[in-house]
Ligand binder design. Structure first.
Ligand SMILES: *[C@@H]1O[C@H](CO)[C@@H](O)[C@H](O)[C@H]1NC(C)=O
Ligand SMILES: *[C@@H]1O[C@H](CO)[C@@H](O)[C@H](O)[C@H]1NC(C)=O
Ligand SMILES: *[C@@H]1O[C@H](CO)[C@@H](O)[C@H](O)[C@H]1NC(C)=O
Ligand SMILES: *[C@@H]1O[C@H](CO)[C@@H](O)[C@H](O)[C@H]1NC(C)=O
Ligand SMILES: *[C@@H]1O[C@H](CO)[C@@H](O)[C@H](O)[C@H]1NC(C)=O
Length: 207
C-alpha cells in the first residue's frame, strides 16, 4: 500500500478537526539510557536550557521552533490549525510534561493531539525520519470498505501533492483535504511536516 510518510506526524482522522482546550496525550517515549548522574556533566543544564527556550519561544507564527545547546537538540511543532495562543499553551505544557514523564532520559518525545515536543543528544534537525512513529485506528467500520480504501489512497496522494505545492508558498507545512465517500460518509485528512524538512523529504512516498 502506498503511504506518505510525513516526518514525525501523520494524523488521519474521521472527526472534525478543531482546537480543544484540553490537551490529549497520544504517545510518549523515553530513552532507556539516562544521562550521567553527576554534577560534572552539563547535560541536565543544557536540557533545562533548551526546554526553557522552547517554552519561551512557543508563541511563534509557524508553530515550530528548534534550538540546541552543546549536545542537546530540541524542537516543538504545533498542529497547523492551532492559534498562536493555543500553540503556546500546548508547547509550554509539553516541555514540562516531558520532563515529568521522562526524568533523566537522554532523549524523549511526546505527542499531544495538539503539539509534539522532542529532544535528543543527536542532531535530528532537517533530516526526514520515519521513527519514532505511531500507528493507530479507531474501532469504527465503514459501510463500504473497498470504496473507502480507494478514496483514502487517492486522497492521501492528493494531500501530498497539495503539501508539496503549498511548501513553495508558505512555510507552515500543513494541508487538509475533505472528500465525500458516499451520501453518508465524509473522509477528512490532514498532513503536516516540521518546517525544517525539505519538500522531497516531506512528500516522500514510502512503500
Ligand atoms: C498539561 O495538560 C494536562 C492535560 O490538559 C493537565 O492535566 C496538566 O495539569 C497540564 N500540566 C501543566 C504543567 O500545565
Ligand atoms: C527499553 O527497554 C524496554 C524494556 O527493557 C525495551 O522493551 C525497549 O525496546 C527499550 N527501548 C529502547 C529504545 O531501547
Ligand atoms: C543521582 O544524584 C542524586 C543527587 O546527588 C542522588 O540523590 C541520586 O540517588 C542519584 N541517583 C542515582 C541513580 O545514582
Ligand atoms: C534549527 O533547524 C534549522 C534547520 O535544520 C537549522 O538550520 C538551525 O541551525 C537550527 N537551529 C538551531 C538553534 O540549532
Ligand atoms: C532534502 O533533505 C534530505 C535529508 O532529509 C537530503 O538528503 C536531501 O539532499 C535534501 N534535498 C534537497 C533538494 O535539499
Amino acid at each position: 500500500m502506498t503511504d506518505i510518510s510525513l516526518c514525525l506526524v501523520i494524523l488521519l482522522t474521521f472527526l472534525t478537526l478543531k482546537a480543544e482546550s484540553t490537551l490529549t496525550l497520544s504517545l510518549y517515549r523515553c530513552s532507556n539510557s539516562s544521562y550521567p548522574n553527576t554534577t560534572l556533566t552539563s547535560y541536565k543544564a543544557d536540557l533545562d536550557l533548551i526546554l526553557n527556550s522552547l517554552s519561551s519561544n512557543s508563541r511563534v507564527p509557524l508553530g515550530y521552533y528548534n534550538t540546541s545547546s552543546n549536545a542537546v537538540y530540541g524542537s516543538f511543532l504545533c498542529r497547523g490549525d492551532l492559534s498562536p495562543g493555543e500553540c503556546e499553551d500546548c508547547a509550554k505544557n509539553a516541555t514540562k510534561t516531558i520532563v515529568r514523564l521522562c526524568p533523566r532520559s537522554e532523549w524523549a518525545f511526546l505527542w499531544f493531539d495538539q503539539c509534539m515536543v522532542r529532544y535528543s543528544n543527536r542532531n535530528f534537525f532537517s533530516s526526514m525520519e520515519t521513527d519514532p512513529h505511531l500507528d493507530g485506528y479507531n474501532g469504527e467500520s465503514t459501510a463500504e470498505p473497498k470504496q473507502f480504501m480507494a478514496v483514502l489512497e487517492k486522497t492521501m496522494g492528493e494531500l501530498a501533492n497539495k503539501l508539496a505545492a503549498k511548501y513553495l508558498r508558505v512555510e507552515k507545512k500543513y494541508a487538509t483535504k475533505e472528500v465525500k465517500i458516499n451520501a453518508k460518509e465524509t473522509l477528512q485528512t490532514m498532513a503536516q511536516c516540521t518546517p525544517d524538512i525539505n519538500v522531497t523529504g516531506c512528500v516522500k512516498k514510502q512503500n
